[in-house]
Design a protein around this ligand. Sequence first.
Ligand code: ZN
Length: 249
Amino acid sequence: MDLLIIFIFGLIIGSFLNVCISRLPKGESVVFPSSRCEACNTRLRFFDLVPVASFLLLKGKCRYCGFKLSWRYPGVEIITGILFVLIYLTRDWNARLISDFFWTSLLLVISFIDMDYYRIPDSLILIGLGAGLIFQIFIPSLSLSESILGFITGGGILFLFALISRGGMGGGDIKLGALAGVFLGWKLVILSLFLAALFASATGLFLIVTKRKSRKDPIPFGPFLSLGAFISLFWGNHLVLWYLSYFVK
Ligand SMILES: [Zn+2]
């Protein structure tokens, strides 16, 4: 029963994340005005905005003008719901849960905006840093020095990589790396960068081999970094122990 409640909570948060993903890059407020159809501009009523259900009932079309809506809207809601359930299953029922819901939501918004626009808004990085500071006081999962060291490690490694690759890495990626260091600490942020590089090269190779992209097409790094950070946040310590167990018998 509680899993269902967490899932529905995730769907509702996911619906808000959709608003953030579509409005933040345009510099619009995520609170006002209320949601409108992007085609006919009709103000949507609450029954048009029920996560997933409205989309299914209306067969993915606007009730007023028939405009076909993207599958991404219910997609983001369902992904958020599933991730929240996963988080709930791996964490005890405590305040830490709130910070983990927050980081996951932020990483989702950053990933989708990066996929759409090839950039990561500074406002999101600043919100993350501010939240990191608040969590540091109320829900400390890391010591302050660990967070600061993580910030320097995550940002520093990507900054060096940007220098070496001459433009292969954007400023947004460097800032995201630094932010990930704040909530992961220096050890796990290194793991997350390693995982991100692994996923990004595998995906890049796949896209080039299947001729969907050429070697010159940019691939946003933010989603991979987010995925690496998410995995490190939840299973990082297990992964590190599992890896070390090969060497320390
Ligand atoms: Zn419409």
